[in-house]
Design a protein around this ligand. Structure first.
Ligand code: AVI
Length: 328
């Protein structure tokens, strides 16, 4: 049996619910396009639905990311000769990380620090990876940058920090916010530390829209669960049958957008937030953007944030890149 996960907690539950309530009210009070922050898609139910999305035939991202690490993990870790400690932003299930940890553990003991706001994700990650010899795991239940600062403070003299951002979650930030995030990560690193960044690449629009509007309706359920979560946690009265899931590609922004479109004029009350609002027929709530990149653009993004590229690997089946940067 796996040992109990070692998790450092940061956000008390009451504070988290107050923040959720305030973000929901701000997003749904917008005078123009209403929106909800995509990070709230990932409660217990949303995270389980996302795991199903990752095995859907239409959604090639996760398999591409995994293939690249399975094939190139040895090459990636060889580019970092010193003793390496590993921090991962968003542990997910830990499956992709296994290839890298195994490659590193062939030459050294590895301290691995997954950082995630979800304790259940950290738990699953621990279960997935706890069997690898010479790897010890301490999870941080916190926001990415807070956790990363704590990990950086624990690193010993002479150790190189490798930061993994493998879920292609950078694509869920607007481009300027993505740049800013990379700069903030850079500011926690020392020269010579490394960042492995996964990004989904541009591809034909029909493949992209299918990836976000699959035939089994799993992505639709994932999207609508955000309204169900508001009902559960904030005592809202969203009727999910009155919404359609919409996935559309914006050519000029090069991103897939997920929306929830109201089928009718409706009034919604969210009791715990003390908030009531109206939706017109056809009006949408924007729940997520997923930006797609050109491989060279990814390298330039890193360079703008203070890194130099140490290698880039691209999947041939589903255009997707793993890019290794050194803090320079
Ligand atoms: C987590 N993130 C990279 C996923 C994506 O593809 O943007 C989230 C997702 N949304 C719908 N399907 C998957």
């Amino acid at each position: 049996m796996a040992s109990a996960p070692r998790i450092a907690r940061a956000i008390p539950a009451l504070e988290a619910i107050a923040q959720f309530s305030s973000d929901v009210v701000v997003g749904l009070s917008q005078p123009g396009q209403k929106e909800l922050p995509s990070k709230y898609l990932y409660d217990e139910v949303g995270s389980a639905l996302f795991d199903v999305i990752c095995v859907l035939p239409e959604y090639g991202l996760s398999r591409a990311g995994m293939r690249l690490l399975e094939r190139h993990a040895a090459d990636i870790v060889e580019r970092m000769p010193g003793p390496v400690v590993v921090a991962e932003l968003g542990s997910g299930s830990g499956q992709k990380t296994r290839w890298l940890l195994e490659a590193l553990a062939r030459r050294q003991r590895v301290n691995y620090y997954p950082i995630d706001i979800s304790s259940s994700a950290l738990f699953r990650c621990q279960l997935e990876l706890s069997h690898i010899d010479l790897v010890s795991i301490v999870g941080f239940e916190s926001a990415y940058l807070d956790g990363l600062r704590e990990v950086a403070a624990r690193r010993r003299e002479g150790e190189q920090l490798l930061v993994l951002f493998l879920g292609s979650t950078i694509g869920n930030f607007d481009r300027p916010a993505g740049d800013q995030f990379l700069r903030e990560v850079r500011s926690t690193l020392c020269e010579g530390d490394a960042l492995l960044l996964a990004t989904d690449l541009e591809k034909p629009v029909p493949a992209l829209t299918l990836a976000y509007d699959d035939s089994a309706g799993v992505t639709a359920a994932f999207n609508k669960n955000l309204l169900a979560r508001i009902n559960r946690e904030l005592d809202g009265d969203f009727d999910l049958t009155k919404f359609d899931h919409v996935a559309r590609y914006d050519e000029s922004e090069r991103r897939v957008e997920m929306h929830l479109r109201s089928k009718v004029w409706q009034r919604i009350t969210i009791r715990k937030a003390g908030f009531r609002f109206y939706l017109r027929e056809g009006e949408t709530i924007w729940t997520e953007s997923s930006h797609k990149y050109d491989p060279q653009e990814v390298i330039q993004m890193g360079e703008r944030a203070g890194y130099r590229c140490a290698g880039q690997w691209i999947d041939g089946e589903w255009p997707f890149a793993q890019t290794l940067f050194f803090a320079g």
